[in-house]
Design a binder for this molecule. Structure first.
Ligand code: SF4
Ligand code: SF4
Length: 81
């Protein structure tokens, strides 16, 4: 399971590509699809590489994306004796 994930609000995006360029692990790419404003929003191309660092969210000028950490996996229960 990846350490983090992103939420993208496609309709807020203006396709500037800042999030794509600044993601340190190259999680994002710009879609070929258009949003209602006529821009290409990002999509998650490499979900397993996301650390949830939220750099994409800090750089996005339109508050159209943010990253978050996934909850750590619950420890496995010790077998009952
Ligand atoms: S949260 Fe971090 S690792 Fe995940 S897409 Fe955003 S910048 Fe990349
Ligand atoms: S930084 Fe924001 S506005 Fe620019 S492409 Fe990414 S989500 Fe869209």
């Amino acid at each position: 399971m990846p350490k983090g994930a992103v939420h993208i609000t496609v309709e807020r995006c203006k396709g500037c590509s800042i999030c794509v360029e600044f993601c340190p692990t190259h999680v994002l790419a710009l879609s070929n699809a258009f949003n209602a404003k006529g821009y290409h929003p990002p999509y998650v191309a490499n979900a397993e590489k996301c650390s949830g660092c939220d750099l994409c969210g800090m750089y996005c000028p339109d508050f159209a994306i943010y990253g978050f950490k996934n909850a750590p996996a619950a420890p496995k229960e010790a077998p009952k004796q």
